[in-house]
Design a protein around this ligand. Structure first.
Ligand SMILES: CC(=O)N[C@H]1[C@@H](OP(=O)(O)OP(=O)(O)OC[C@H]2O[C@@H](n3ccc(=O)[nH]c3=O)[C@H](O)[C@@H]2O)O[C@H](CO)[C@@H](O)[C@@H]1O
Ligand SMILES: C=C(OP(=O)(O)O)C(=O)O
Length: 436
């Protein structure tokens, strides 16, 4: 079994470079399906398992996809198939993002129902409501969602019950080729939405209002492949900012965009962390003692749910009582039990978690429950007494490229091993004394 093994106690120093954003690149690759002409060239693509999965989905749909040197090249000009089967959607829920493009391009899409996952039930009713409002007939049965439209989708007005990131993206993609104008209200304002809109506009779409609460999309007849560079990953950046802060280190997170990270920066400053905006990134200097704060996750520009577990790791080390309230997903506290295995003083009360810090954290064998939990457990291992072993690394590989190598380059005592290769055998004290 693969594990990451961390020995706590090292402060982190140096510079770490942020990759392109996972949550931007997945919808952008899905959007390349809209181009009936020309190739799309997407740069700064991270080598994540999710990227390989979305590329496989596109290949299955009959697009030609190449991925080399952090660049994805897609030629979707051939006739596309219409079905994204369960084997892909099971691996990665974001596979559902091909639905809007397929429906707009083909008039028909058949995508396996995504189902729930470790962080919640995650329905897609808002995506489907949007497609229906644009004239599609949507049928759910036998584990699939089928959407079909006679002729073109029709521009219309859609109000989302919740500013869902995926629904905003899926409906926006579908609307680019609709007849007439689509106005979507109460949309998500995440930087990844803006990145997708910028890419669509380079393809010839007419999308206005990205980053605000209302999108206005004038449908066009045809889209063409375009070139685009993906924005830096604000969650990977935030995770390294947390790594610097938790170890009392001094790290420049190169490529981090301060405007994408305002809520995190504000909370970290409240905790006593020094944040310096430099020309090419954000420098984070951890204090000797972190202060307790309260956090509530919200849609952007609120505090991101994807940083909730990493902040929990940080707050375990803060002095005083903190409360974290999760409002975006109903079940994103699976990591709490794993923190408890590391001796964390933490309890769940409804949709909140109460932490009494600082906990006397101890290394333990823990399992990642989702990708951000994987990162958070590793962060905790950086400061826990003794050795922490983190398993279920398939989650980590969905969202982080070379995570342990980047931490090791900053001075962490960390390695990734297969069980049989594990080199951190705990030797009895008389042996280490003899070797000293
Ligand atoms: C690939 C990607 O970009 N993933 C991100 C995206 O996920 P995703 O796009 O799935 O997240 P959403 O914003 O859609 O979901 C937010 C909330 O809305 C609910 N909901 C959503 C759609 C819907 O039709 N009905 C409904 O009830 C969800 O169950 C959840 O409780 O945004 C989340 C919220 O910032 C992030 O945590 C994920 O990292
Ligand atoms: C929850 C996340 O991703 P996904 O929506 O792909 O599961 C995440 O990036 O933290």
């Amino acid at each position: 079994m693969e594990k990451i093994i961390v020995r706590g106690g090292k402060r982190l120093y140096g510079t770490v470079k942020v990759e392109g954003a996972k949550n931007a690149v997945l919808p952008v690759i899905a959007a390349t399906l809209l181009a009936s002409d020309g190739k799309s060239v997407i740069r700064d693509v991270p080598t994540l398992s999710d990227v390989y999965t979305i590329n496989e989905v596109l290949r299955h749909l009959n697009a030609d996809v190449q991925f080399d040197n952090n660049t994805v090249i897609v030629d979707a000009s051939r006739v596309l198939k219409e079905e994204a089967p369960f084997e892909y959607v099971r691996k990665m829920r974001a596979s559902v993002l091909v639905m809007g493009s397929l429906l707009a391009r083909n008039g028909r899409a058949r995508v396996a129902l995504p189902g729930g996952c470790a962080i919640g039930s995650r329905p897609i009713d808002q995506h489907l409501k949007g497609f229906e409002a644009m004239g599609a007939k949507v049928k759910v049965g036998n584990g699939f969602i089928e959407a079909e439209v006679d002729g073109r989708l029709q521009g219309t007005k859609i109000y989302l019950d919740f500013p869902s990131v995926g629904a905003t993206e899926n409906i926006m993609m579908a609307a680019t080729l609709a007849e007439g104008t689509t106005i979507i209200e109460n949309v998500a304002k995440e930087p990844e939405i803006v990145d997708l809109a910028n890419f669509l506009n380079k393809m010839g779409a007419r999308v206005k209002g990205a980053g605000t609460g209302t999108l206005r999309i004038e449908g066009v007849d045809k889209l063409t492949g375009a070139e685009h560079t993906i924005i830096p990953d604000r969650i990977e950046a935030g995770t390294f900012m947390a790594a610097a802060a938790i170890t009392g280190g001094n790290v420049l997170v190169r490529g981090a965009v301060p405007e994408h990270l305002s809520s995190l920066i504000a909370k970290m400053e409240e905790m006593g962390v020094t944040i310096i905006e430099e020309e090419d990134g954000i420098r984070v200097i951890g204090p000797e003692r972190l202060k307790a704060v309260d956090i509530k996750t919200m849609p952007h520009p609120g505090f991101p749910t994807d940083m909730q577990s990493q902040m929990m790791a940080l707050l375990l080390c803060a002095e005083g009582t903190s409360m974290i309230t999760e409002t975006v997903f109903e079940n994103r506290f699976m990591h709490v039990e794993e923190f408890r295995r590391m001796n964390a003083d933490i309890k769940i009360e409804g949709r909140s978690v109460i932490l009494n810090g600082p906990s006397n954290l101890q290394g333990a064998e823990v399992a990642a429950t989702d990708l951000r939990a994987a990162a958070a457990l590793i962060l905790t291992g950086l400061v826990a007494e003794g050795v922490t072993r983190v398993t279920e690394l398939k989650h980590l590989d969905r969202g982080y490229v070379n995570f342990h190598e980047k931490l090791a380059a900053l001075g962490a005592d960390i390695e990734r091993v297969n069980d049989v290769e594990e080199s951190f055998v705990e030797l009895p004290k008389y042996v280490t004394d003899m070797n000293a």
